[in-house]
Design a protein. Structure first.
Length: 131
């Protein structure tokens, strides 16, 4: 079996979302947001490189999140894990129908920017769908 290439950005987004689960505020007037760092060291290193968390290397069992990292962790958490309302017509929403057909990440890229490389019918659908 040929294993597909792993999208490390999707892993990083999932780790960032899961960091939100253990997010807590620490300190007095100079308080910071911390999250437990019980995740893959390489993923935490990439999040540090993206300036979403401060350097994870050290004895502390938690990492300090940047303001952007805290905001993006909450967004990723709800985007990935929020329960979706069922479609009243009994069919899957368009976004779920196309998710399994399109290359991972291409669907999301289509929704986030214009001029994507999808065939015209799918591009029109993606342009109408909102996340």
């Amino acid at each position: 079996m040929n294993k597909p290439e792993i999208d490390l950005d999707l892993i990083d987004e999932a780790v960032l979302a899961l960091l939100y689960l253990t997010l807590h505020r620490e300190g007095g007037p100079m308080s910071v947001w911390r999250a437990w760092k019980s995740f893959d060291w390489e993923a935490l290193g990439r999040l540090h490189d993206k300036e979403l968390i401060f350097d994870p290397v050290g004895k502390a069992k938690s990492v300090i999140m940047t303001q952007d990292g805290r905001r993006r962790s909450e967004e990723a958490f709800y985007r990935l894990f929020a329960r979706r309302k069922p479609d009243p017509r009994g069919t899957q929403p368009i976004r779920e129908q196309w998710r399994g057909i399109l290359r991972p990440g291409l669907y999301e890229a289509c929704l986030q920017r214009t001029g994507c490389s999808l065939p015209k019918p799918m591009k029109e659908i993606c342009n109408r769908v909102s996340i």
